[in-house]
Design a protein around this ligand. Structure first.
Ligand code: GLN
Ligand code: ZN
Length: 757
């Protein structure tokens, strides 16, 4: 009665991002199509070998992609938007990348976040005329390649219902579920073809089961899986990122051969499935965290799995919670991590070993894995007790917080009066979001300083020169609330993480964000503190250069959390609280240094929203509280700003208002101020600066556009509450367009100031 192991997917960019570099060269015509194919083949081969070595029984195929596996699924079912005019059956590599990146005639497919991960997929475009056809060349070739390698393969594809759900309707409203009748036969054909290659199992992912799914959609599962089961291929229904326990009856009634559940995100669903899953089905349990970097507590997992294995026998499969795509590839290549911290971690390669080790333990007994379990025990004990992680003063400080710690001393009406007395700002004050163009010189200076080839004194001089330049320009432009420009920051999270205790950084811990873009999230491993001031020197220096109120710039606690790998031994809300207090130290130091306006950026607050609506309020409550804690006990006269981007705030406006920032600047221009419609219903109580121009392109907005947007805003926002600013920071822009756009922005603000005075 052997236990089977498998995974849903493995990182595919290469341990040293080989695919990224090769593909980017190909885009620049510096590498050939064959070069790309060779690198891809090599990575797939390495990945298979890693899995073989670790004892993974069923190796996924279809998890590899040159850009995005959701795009690959669109190609697989021939769902290429007609606007490109491509022949799906004969899609060239060039055309494939044009779907992802656009070409001269056509914009790229839209991109959006894959559930609540930081991975972005390309959004299918659905119209009533969308047609489908099986385009199997690529998948079949990869299956054959893997079979030739002597592994047992388990093709893994995004299911028909999830694919339809994740797409967007284009060109007129219609129910995208109507496409199912056309799409389903194509999935049937795909399974038939796969089966003909000798494949026994296929994993079909329906992650939408973890969302709040309308019954209209749930009702289709029976039909879809009824049809697919007729092919005779054994189907493992893949779910992840949340509990699907509520669908146990639905799943039991599906003619699928097994179901995979995420026991990291939703461990509570295990008892439902172990108790009630029909005995014709395999239960695949994901206890190894595919989305985080922590080493598993093997003994604890084994103790859960053992009785399950006794009960289910070979019907128990062991896996990672979700695809390992969301985890870095290999801890082994890290050379600079402290050895103690390294012991607590597991990246993709290590996670494979953990899965393999659990299998050995279940099949052959604990004696067979005594050294692996001992090492895991040791790491668990060290994490529980290490002074690197646990700091009494942090816990005491949090315990001692008064109940109203997160409340400002006075209400907004009182505060804004006190602020106005100090700041003396005109009607429709102008400001920017923080960063100014990051020129090559700035980047070079930062890099040289990091490498040690530029002395601290020279680095400081270079940054000060940049700050002086940015302040001078803002004086010339007549911007009311200037900023120092953030030249010293490579990344808004890394910059602060590097200066806080409790954070660490990897050299190669890359995770694919989209296409060839990878991010290297910091790791929050322990209690967070701020040993010393992080931004005060730069902001104070900038303040000495102008009589205008210099705005201090910080990254907020929720964003610091959201864009990092977060420790899993305490709740995320508690980690966030610790970061908030560390930031509060900085806020108070800035205030003490005479900075009267402080912006605490929270661009990531919306992406932290749980997948199920029922969990939103709890999240928004602690996220809001942590934001407020980060500015606790500032004087009424100190003005707290926040900033958010990525639109779509309409549904959480009350929660945003409850953050009680004195001023919020928010991305809006790309949607022609759609956000403002929500203001008709919900009156945002404090000051607000809806972004008046998009910073994602070098295009300079026209005077008319700016006037139009601001006039539109003035219809729903009282003029005393309205600020004028761009959508977001300007660091990716060049100087000429930045200057031109800001000049116009100030000009229009002044015109309207006159008009409405
Ligand atoms: N202050 C940051 C900047 O201007 C904000 C960036 C962001 O919202 N993502 O760059
Ligand atoms: Zn922004």
């Amino acid at each position: 009665m052997a236990i089977t192991t498998h995974i849903s997917g493995f990182p595919r960019v290469g341990a040293k991002r080989e695919l990224k570099f090769c593909v980017e060269k190909y885009w620049k015509n510096e590498a050939s199509e064959q070069d790309v194919l060779n690198v891809a083949k090599e990575i797939r081969s390495i990945n298979r070998n890693l899995q073989k070595a670790a004892g993974i029984d069923l190796v996924p195929v279809g998890d590899f992609s040159l850009y995005d596996h959701v795009l690959d699924t669109q190609v697989l079912v021939g769902a290429i938007p007609a606007r490109f005019g491509f022949d799906a059956q004969n899609l060239s590599m060039k055309q494939y990348f044009e779907l992802a990146r656009g070409n001269k005639e056509q914009p790229a497919l839209e991109m959006t976040k894959w559930f609540d991960t930081n991975y972005h997929y390309l959004v299918p475009e659905w119209s009533e005329n969308t047609t489908f056809q099986a385009v199997l060349g690529n998948l079949k070739a990869q299956i054959s390649e893997a079979l030739a390698d002597g592994v047992k393969v388990k093709p893994t594809i995004v299911g028909a219902l999830s694919l339809l759900w994740l797409g967007k309707t284009k060109g007129g409203e219609f129910n995208r579920l109507n496409l199912l009748d056309k799409l389903l036969p194509v999935y049937v054909e795909i399974l038939n073809e796969i089966k003909a290659l000798g494949v026994e199992w296929v994993q079909i992912d329906e992650p939408i089961l973890a969302l709040d799914l309308p019954s209209e959609w749930l009702n289709q599962f029976q039909k879809v899986y009824g049809e697919l089961a007729k092919t005779g291929v054994k189907i493992l229904l893949g779910t992840y990122f949340g509990s699907v326990a509520e669908h146990i009856d639905l799943i039991n009634n599906l003619p699928v051969a097994g179901v995979h559940i995420d026991c990291v995100r939703a461990p509570e669903q295990l008892s439902v499935f172990s108790g009630s899953l029909k005995d014709d089905k395999v239960l695949s349990v994901g206890f190894i965290d595919g989305r985080n970097v922590w080493r598993a507590n093997l003994r604890q997992v084994f103790d859960i799995l053992k009785p399950l294995a006794d009960k289910l026998g070979s019907r128990l499969w062991v896996s990672s919670s979700c695809s390992l795509l969301h985890s870095p590839q290999d801890l082994g290549v890290e050379e600079k991590l402290s050895s103690e911290i390294k012991e607590w971690l597991a990246f993709g390669v290590q996670k494979l070993s953990e899965i393999g080790c659990l299998k050995t333990a279940l099949n052959n007994g604990l004696d067979a894995v005594s050294s692996e379990f001992a090492a895991s025990d040791k790491a668990v004990a060290s994490r529980a007790n290490s002074p690197l992680i646990h700091k009494a003063e942090v816990k005491q400080r949090i315990a001692a917080l008064p109940a109203n710690a997160d409340k400002r001393q006075s209400d907004f009406a009182t505060r804004i009066k006190a602020q106005q007395a100090v700041l003396n700002l005109p009607l429709l004050p102008t400001t920017t979001i923080g960063s100014f163009p990051q020129t090559t010189e700035i980047r070079q200076a930062r890099a040289a300083f990091k490498k040690g080839t530029l002395s601290a004194a020279d680095y400081e001089a270079a940054m000060k020169k940049e700050i002086a330049y940015v302040v001078q320009i803002q004086e010339e432009l007549d911007i009311d609330v200037p900023v120092h420009g953030e030249a010293e920051r490579n990344d808004m999270v890394e910059y602060f993480g590097e200066q806080m205790d409790g954070y660490t950084f990897t050299q190669f811990g890359w995770v694919q964000s989209y296409g060839s873009r990878c991010v290297k999230p910091p790791i929050i491993f322990g209690d967070v503190t701020r040993p010393k001031a992080m931004t005060v020197a730069w902001s104070s220096y900038a303040q000495t250069l102008t009589r205008r109120p210099m705005k201090g710039m910080l990254t907020g606690p929720v964003t610091m959390l959201q864009w990092s790998f977060v420790r899993n031994d305490i709740p995320r809300s508690q980690v966030c609280e610790q970061i908030a207090l560390a930031l509060n130290d900085e806020v108070l130091d800035l205030e003490k240094a005479g900075i009267k306006v402080i912006q605490i950026d929270e661009p990531a607050i919306r992406e932290g929203l749980p997948l199920k609506r029922a969990d939103w309020d709890a999240y928004l409550a602690w996220a809001g509280r942590c934001f407020r804690l980060s500015s606790m006990s500032v004087a009424d006269s100190t003005q707290i700003h926040t900033h958010m981007c990525y639109s779509e705030f309409n549904d959480i406006l009350p929660a945003i208002a409850a953050m009680d920032a004195d001023v919020i600047t928010i991305e809006t221009s790309r949607s022609d101020m759609e956000l403002l419609d929500a203001f008709v219903k919900f009156k945002y109580p404090n000051d607000i600066g809806p972004g008046v121009y998009d910073i994602h392109s070098p295009r300079v907005p026209s005077e008319e556009e700016l006037t139009h947007l601001l006039e539109k805003a003035l219809k729903v926002i009282p003029k005393e509450r309205l600020w004028v600013n761009p959508d977001c920071g300007l660091k990716t822009r060049a100087w000429p367009e930045t200057r031109a756009a800001l000049e116009l922005m100030v000009k229009v603000a002044k015109q309207l100031r006159q008009k409405y005075a």
